[in-house]
Design a protein around this ligand. Sequence first.
Ligand code: BEZ
Length: 211
Amino acid sequence: MPLRLGDETPDFTAQTTQGQIRFREWKGDSWAILFSHPKDFTPVCTTELGAVAALKPEFDRRNTKVIGLSVDPVESHRRWEKDIEDVTGHAVNFPVIADPDRKVADLYDMIHPNASDTFTVRSAIIIGPDNRLKLTLTYPASTGRNFLELLRVLDSLQLTANYAVATPADWVDGDDVIVAASLSDDDARKKFPKGFTARKPYLRVTPQPNR
Ligand code: BEZ
């Protein structure tokens, strides 16, 4: 049964480039991103891990731990990390899970046999402080991910966790947000002192409340 949004995410123990971890213990009450790549020493994956390393300060700022995964062994990950730094200029500064027996990949449904029997797909999930699944993204091996999108989703998730709002299409941090449909106009006026504009009765926008 694949994991679905809102499901509790499973715990596991795994070998990583930074030693053995128990996932829940490592994650604590932070947010977390677990992302798989198909294979070490491959071109798109090399650019992806460098891109994540470059964005690590942005994930830290959002109280979010990042961890990679592939079915290659830990010695392979460690050798490959030298290439990643060489090519991208960014040393890999987060743990990468070695999952040769596919234990974690199977738990998180990261092998899609009709794409490949042997490699993990490019899966990225966001897990909340409550250990529940908040986002899943699945990309094919030939398409490198846009990790800025994961930052954008984190901004949206963290905003909506604290305020009765949703974020519109292409929203980025600082843009106006949508007042939750569950709030009456009177309650919305109380909650959002900057006021709101009703474009339709069901589409009311307000300046981002934490700005
Ligand atoms: C890549 O990272 O470039 C790649 C990995 C596995 C299959 C195809 C491409």
